[in-house]
Ligand binder design. Structure first.
Ligand SMILES: *Cc1c(COP(=O)(O)O)cnc(C)c1O
Length: 406
């Protein structure tokens, strides 16, 4: 009989004398490039291992051989990706989910009870806004949707938070699809004074440009489908917590029991995507800033991009974002809906498709997708800027706008 292995397999370790042994000394981009650091102590592998097994054996004493038991409770492929994301966000721990929606809805389902009051922005990812309305109605939770775009909306946001009554404040910044900026520090202050938890959907900002936990957020949520993975080939979500508190413990229990876990291969792909996060997103945001500046010179569009001084949220964005303003923008066509759709039809480098954050640029007429009752204007085109050469993207945009304007 082979000897029973009863020790947990050692985790990836830094080489002797490696600066990777002290992650606090290293920039997040270095940690990302090294997939969180360390090498596999058994094989010397540079790349973290992928483990597809759903179930994990026990020794004759019926003790688990390794740290894993059953993959709904945890898979050895998760911790490297979860640890890296927690480090990038400056959080205590992260958890991966089957999608961004699975991560977002987990927060409300695990933490809100009948009679609770929830504050959330009116301008936010439409899928979550629609779900929240239904969820609130079905569970007797009062969901208050507030116009909270900074600077004008900060007061309304703070006033909506009720001491002793508000359980959760949810923010998204910059917010889909107008890229409203919400003041995270002001919201954190008001939420904590009222005894509420602050959660921030930071999908568009990415940890490259914004670290909501440093501004007081308790939870950060990502649709990892977008920039974190970055290649439009993985559906995934993530939560990061500032501290290991009761709320986080409840989220652990909920993910284990309800099972909205990420597939192991998706977790492995996500970690691979995160290794290039900084290079991708910095370049994408630089291209976005360049295109936004060029578009702003035109008379036929209005550009919504928080990096432009003309954006109402620019000052707050400049305070709470560092190194860039993201790579999402929208343009509103002065000539209206038909012109917006005609421009969309003429674009060739931009693909007409939903989603964002991939290496390829995408254009979307959100109003067509969201339906008649959406607050999204029908003259708006949402642009997700990819890694193409900026001149190719500019020629595509300017050519389509010129052709439609003639
Ligand atoms: C895409 C998206 C979501 C939903 O994430 P999925 O991975 O599609 O479930 C939530 N918030 C924002 C800002 C998004 O862009």
């Amino acid at each position: 009989m082979p000897p029973a292995i009863d020790a947990a397999p050692p985790r990836r370790v830094p080489c002797d004398n490696s600066p990777m042994s002290d992650p606090h000394r290293l920039a997040p981009s270095t940690l990302a490039a090294h997939a969180g650091g360390g090498i596999d102590p058994i094989t010397g592998a540079i790349v973290p291992a992928f483990q597809p097994s759903t179930t994990y054996a026990r020794n004759p004493d019926y003790a688990l051989i390794g740290p894993a038991d059953y993959t709904r409770d945890g898979n050895p492929t998760y911790p490297p990706a979860e640890r890296l994301l927690a480090q990038l966000e400056g959080g205590a721990e992260a958890m991966l989910y089957a999608s961004g929606m699975a991560a977002a809805t987990a927060v409300f389902r695990a933490l809100c009870r009948r009679g609770d009051h929830v504050v959330a922005p009116l301008a936010q990812y439409w899928g979550l806004r629609n779900w929240l309305r239904r969820f609130g109605a079905e569970h007797g939770i009062e969901v208050e949707l507030v116009e909270c775009a900074a600077p004008a909306g900060t007061d309304a946001l703070v006033k909506a938070i009720r001491p002793g009554k508000t359980r959760l404040v949810w923010l998204e910044t910059p917010a889909n699809p107008t890229w409203d900026v919400v003041d995270i520090a002001a919201a954190a202050h008001a939420a904590h004074a009222a005894g509420a938890i602050l959660a921030v959907d930071s999908t568009a900002a990415t940890p490259v440009f914004s670290r909501p936990i440093e501004l007081g957020a308790d939870l950060v949520m990502h649709s990892a489908t977008k920039y974190l993975n970055g290649h439009s080939d993985v559906l995934a979500g993530a939560l990061v917590t500032a501290k290991l508190d009761d709320a986080w413990a409840a989220l652990h229990v909920q993910r284990r029991s309800e099972g909205a876990v990420l597939g192991a291969f998706e977790a492995w792909l996500l970690l691979r995507g995160m290794r290039t996060l900084y290079a991708r997103v910095e370049r994408q945001a630089a291209t976005a800033a360049d295109l936004a500046a060029r578009l702003e010179q035109r008379r036929d569009v209005r550009v919504l991009y928080p990096g432009l001084a003309s954006h109402p949220g620019h000052a707050v964005a400049a305070r709470q974002m560092h190194g860039g303003f993201g790579a999402m923008m929208s343009v509103r066509l002065n000539a209206g809906r038909a012109a917006a759709l005609a421009v969309c039809a003429r674009l060739g480098v931009f693909a007409r498709a939903t989603s964002l954050g991939g290496v390829e640029s995408l254009v979307e007429h959100r109003h067509s997708v969201e339906g008649a009752d959406t607050p999204t204007p029908d003259d708006l085109l949402r642009l997700s800027i990819g890694l193409e050469h900026p001149d190719d993207l500019w020629r595509d945009l300017a050519g389509a706008l010129d052709a439609v304007g003639r």
